[in-house]
Design a protein around this ligand. Structure first.
Ligand code: NI
Ligand code: MN
Length: 226
C-alpha cells in the first residue's frame, strides 16, 4: 500500500482503491504547517484513542469527507454528540471486514480519554490485513507481552510503532517490540512533535540498524510504498 505521513501518528493508507486515514492530528502540529488538513480526502478514518494528538482534526475531516469512522464504542458516542454519525464501533479482539480489507482492534497499553475528559474506552491498535499483506499499527503503547502473541499469530509486512518515549515506547523498547512481533520493517511515529518526545533521529536509525532492523522515518507530507 501507499503510505503518506502527516506527522505525529497520522498516516493516510491507500489500500485497494480506498483512502484510510488514521489518527488525524495536523492543524495544531507545527511540524505539519505545510499540510492542509482541509484538503485531505478519506473514505475511512481509524481512531486508536481519543487524545488530542490523535483526534484534533477528526470531527472536521469526518464531517467534510463523510468517511466511515472506525473507533471504540465510547469514542463513537462522543462523535455522535458532535454530529458525526457515520461511525463503526469496535472493541478489543473484534475483527471486521471493510471494503479495503480486514481490521482487528487490539489492546494498547495506554490511557484513553477525549479532549473534554470523556472516557474513550480502552486505547487500541489495529491489525490490518489487505491486498495480501498484514500491517500492525500499535497506536500509543508501552512495550507489552501481547506483541509476542501478535508475532505468533501474524506474519507482518510492516509495523507502525511510537518511538518518542515519555508517553509511549521509546527507541529501545520499539526495537524489542519489533522482535516480539517478528517484523524487521518499522515505520516510526509519535516523535519530535513536542518537547517531551523529541529524539535524536540519527541515533534511532543507528540503533535499529545495529539490531538488524529497518526504521523508516517518513518526511511529513511524503509517501512510501510498503
Ligand atoms: Ni495518547
Ligand atoms: Mn499520543
Amino acid at each position: 500500500m501507499n503510505v503518506t505521513f502527516y506527522g505525529q501518528s497520522c498516516f493516510l493508507f491507500e489500500i485497494a482503491g480506498k483512502k484510510v486515514l488514521i489518527d488525524p492530528f495536523i492543524t495544531p502540529n507545527e511540524l505539519a504547517a505545510h499540510i492542509d488538513a482541509s484538503a485531505i480526502e478519506a473514505d475511512f478514518i481509524l481512531v486508536s484513542h481519543g487524545h488530542a494528538d490523535h483526534t484534533a482534526d477528526l470531527v472536521d475531516i469526518a464531517k467534510r469527507t463523510g468517511a466511515l469512522v472506525i473507533c471504540s464504542y465510547e469514542i463513537m458516542v462522543w462523535l455522535n454528540g458532535k454530529g458525526v454519525n457515520n461511525c463503526h464501533p469496535m472493541n478489543l479482539g473484534g475483527q471486521r471486514s471493510f471494503d479495503f480489507g480486514k481490521i482487528k482492534m487490539v489492546f494498547a497499553a495506554h490511557s484513553n480519554s477525549l479532549p473534554d475528559g470523556t472516557y474513550g474506552g480502552t486505547a487500541a491498535g489495529f491489525i490490518i490485513e489487505a491486498e495480501n499483506k498484514t500491517y500492525y499499527y500499535s497506536g500509543d503503547t508501552a512495550l507489552m507481552q501481547e506483541m509476542k502473541l501478535f508475532g505468533d499469530l501474524y506474519n507482518f509486512d510492516a509495523v507502525f510503532f511510537p518511538i518518542g518515549d515519555n508517553f509511549t515506547m521509546g527507541v529501545d523498547d520499539a526495537i524489542l517490540a519489533a522482535k516480539f512481533v517478528k517484523c524487521d520493517t518499522v515505520i516510526g511515529m509519535h516523535y519530535d512533535t513536542f518537547g517531551y518526545i523529541k529524539i535524536d533521529k540519527e541515533e534511532a536509525l543507528t540503533k535499529f540498524n545495529n539490531a538488524g532492523l529497518q526504521l523508516k522515518l517518513i518526511e511529513i507530507g511524503s509517501s512510501i510504498s510498503i
